[in-house]
Design a binder for this molecule. Structure first.
Ligand code: GLC
Length: 640
């Protein structure tokens, strides 16, 4: 379609509106509308697509008009500084509000704690209204416009966001867009046979199509939610439920669904959300004969979201929660004309899983070779670097690299599962197998950072040396996420070494999902020990706090893709280099073993290190490059 046609179509829509639109908005609308038109017509090529597109535009007008002046000011600031996300200043923490502060109102009282550590980006795990029964930790939303009653109200969310903004902090919120709860109004209407709302989901009258889908789609929760369809007795039909039976997949083949969800996203953006974590995006488009993951239409949907957001709320950024193969993850940053124009942030899931792999094997080869082969992400996008989150750890690395190191991939995964979950004799870790599949031996790993690092076992056996080692492992992992390129996100509780919480085993709605073992309630008494030098909490919290302070001062740690893995001449040691435009460099060196290691001088000569010494900016110790020793699980941030 001609550009001129698209713009005259847009003009007609604008003229039919009564709302007032200012210059900023019109410029952004004019610049982005032609692409929206193209994407929308490709996704929804039926006759009434222009009518639907008009509905979409009306939503953009309404939300722009409702957006507060304060938020519009932030919009302008971030448009002027599009690299705001790449800054070394951001330090994130993810947390369940009920586990952290009880509710949204009380969150304000905990801001000083976050500031003490240096956290300025808070990811509030799903807070929107969910059913009281099972709700997959909040990822099954009943009402997207209301907050869970026990956490507060939508006004509390808005007030909290204002407060955080005045403190120079920002807020991340989940947007659970692949599916809604079976108790959502749309699902209830569909269950009652309402044809309009049935089209919001994927319904089938018998098992013919569901059986075909089931042959291709992978089971996300094979143990407690096998299959991808649920029988709905009220209308004697089957509905698609890729995750749990109560999470109904939304049908994005219907443009009305897209418009509804865009409407909700902008409503929440206007409550002051800075970053949306777009949940389970890889699953958003379904097609028979495929595995239903990462289809091209998913990318078109995300590009549309980004473009609509750019018009109404350009300061808002988007995280792709796509825990898929590295070559697929990278596509969520946008390709070709959409490079750096789809999601701004993605989870560095491979890196996370491989850090655990390297700790268990005491060998960094697989980590290094895998990371070196991940395609470069576009500039202006960034990774979330994390060690633990609320989900399990999937061993999602590429088999070919395992084979290239002379190992058998299946046996290697088996070794790791035994190491982390099945109490293998040489292991310090205490985790649980998640979704184990007895037929092929596959499983993922649950467990808190501290327990997987050995703290739980060491405390139980009152072994002081093991405690020291466990704390060193935790500190090492924190050092990695704070120095690698991207946004570090700490899981709440890890900063004080919180071990596994087995109380979920006695809770009816949680006992079948052992991810709850690593979603503990914040222990504020334990947090007080962070100021007592003799304690474990002190040793973890203060180390992390110190690293955060250094990271914030050092702009070399901002993420301009300025990172490269370097030769360490020792398989136990990981080295990567960070640099900036002024040719300043920091060499990060990490020992993944309990050995004391003397570094090879070759590391420095290969890098043409100019000086004969190197200063560790963490300890302020200056080393001669001829003689650098690494303590067990030690790390150095060496500045040239
Ligand atoms: C995401 C969430 C996970 C949830 C799933 C279904 O992967 O991180 O916790 O179970 O989506 O919503």
């Amino acid at each position: 379609m001609q550009q001129a046609y698209k713009l005259s179509f847009l003009q007609k829509i604008i003229q039919s509106q009564k709302v007032k639109l200012d210059v900023d908005f019109c410029l952004r609308l004019g610049a982005n509308f032609p692409i929206i038109y193209d994407l929308f017509s490709q996704l929804y090529p039926n006759e009434d697509f222009e009518k639907q597109l008009e509905n979409l535009c009306k939503i953009l007008f309404i939300h722009y008009n409702e957006r507060s002046e304060e938020l519009k000011k932030i919009d302008i600031e971030r448009v002027k500084n599009p690299d705001w996300l790449l800054s070394n200043n951001w330090i994130g923490m993810m947390l369940y509000v009920n586990h952290f502060s009880g509710n949204l109102k009380n969150f304000e009282n905990k801001i000083p704690y976050l500031k003490d550590l240096g956290v300025n980006l808070v990811h509030l795990m799903p807070i929107m209204d969910v059913s009281e029964n099972e709700n997959d930790g909040g990822y099954s939303v009943r009402n997207y416009r209301e907050v869970q009653a026990n956490l507060g109200t939508i006004d509390d969310l808005e007030n909290l966001s204002k407060k955080l903004h005045t403190e120079g902090m920002a807020i991340v919120l989940d947007f659970v867009l692949n599916h809604c709860a079976d108790e959502h109004d749309w699902a209830i209407k569909a269950k009652n046979g309402n044809e309009k709302y049935k089209k919001y989901f994927y319904f089938h009258k018998d098992r013919t199509i569901p059986d075909q889908f089931d042959r291709e789609l992978t089971d996300v929760f094979p143990q407690n939610a096998p299959g991808n369809f649920t029988y709905i007795p009220e209308i004697n039909e089957w509905v698609m439920t890729i995750f749990h039976h109560y999470q109904w997949d939304l049908n994005y083949r219907n443009p009305e669904v897209f418009i509804e969800m865009m409407d909700i996203l902008l409503f929440l953006a206007n409550k002051g959300v800075d970053i949306f974590r777009l949940d389970a995006v890889a699953f958003m488009w379904k097609e028979l004969g495929t595995n239903g993951l990462n289809l091209p239409q998913v990318h078109s949907l995300l590009q549309l979201i980004k473009l609509c957001g750019k018009i109404v709320a350009p300061s808002v950024a988007y995280i792709a929660e796509a825990i898929v193969r590295p070559n697929e993850i990278i596509k969520y940053f946008g390709e070709n004309q959409f490079q750096a124009d789809e999601c701004d942030i993605a989870y560095n899931a491979t890196f996370m899983a491989l850090c655990w792999e390297a700790l268990a094997t005491q060998n960094v080869s697989l980590l290094k070779i895998s990371m070196q082969n991940i395609p470069k992400k576009p500039l202006r996008t960034t990774w979330i670097n994390y060690i633990r989150c609320h989900d399990d750890i999937g061993l999602g690395f590429e088999d070919d690299f395992v084979y290239s190191l002379g190992k058998e991939a299946h046996l290697h995964r088996k070794f790791l599962l035994e190491f982390y979950c099945y109490n293998s004799p040489n292991s310090w870790a205490k985790g649980l197998p998640f979704m184990s599949n007895p037929t092929n031996g596959d499983a993922r790993i649950s467990g808190s950072m501290a327990s997987l690092c050995g703290l739980e076992k060491a405390i139980a056996s009152k072994d002081n040396y093991e405690i020291v080692l466990a704390v060193s492992r935790i500190n090492l992992l924190h050092s990695i996420i704070l120095s690698y390129g991207g946004l570090p996100i700490i899981y709440s509780g890890d900063e004080i070494g919180t071990i596994n919480d087995y109380s979920f085993e006695n809770k009816l709605d949680k006992k079948h999902d052992n991810r709850w073992v690593h979603r503990p309630i914040m222990n504020w008494e334990k947090a007080e020990f962070r100021n007592d030098k003799k304690t474990i909490e002190y040793k973890i919290f203060q180390n992390l706090k110190h690293l955060i302070e250094i990271r914030k001062k050092e702009t070399l740690f901002s993420d301009y893709n300025s990172i490269a893995f370097e030769e360490s001449f020792d398989e136990r040691v990981l080295c990567f280099l960070r640099w900036n435009r002024n040719n300043e460099r920091i060499l990060v060196i990490q020992n993944f073993t309990s050995d004391t290691i003397e570094l090879k001088y070759a590391i420095f000569s290969k890098l043409n290190w100019e000086k004969q010494f190197a200063k560790d900016i963490v300890s302020e110790i200056e080393y001669s490059t001829e003689k650098v020793n690494l303590k067990p699980y030690g790390f150095l941030w060496l500045k040239e």
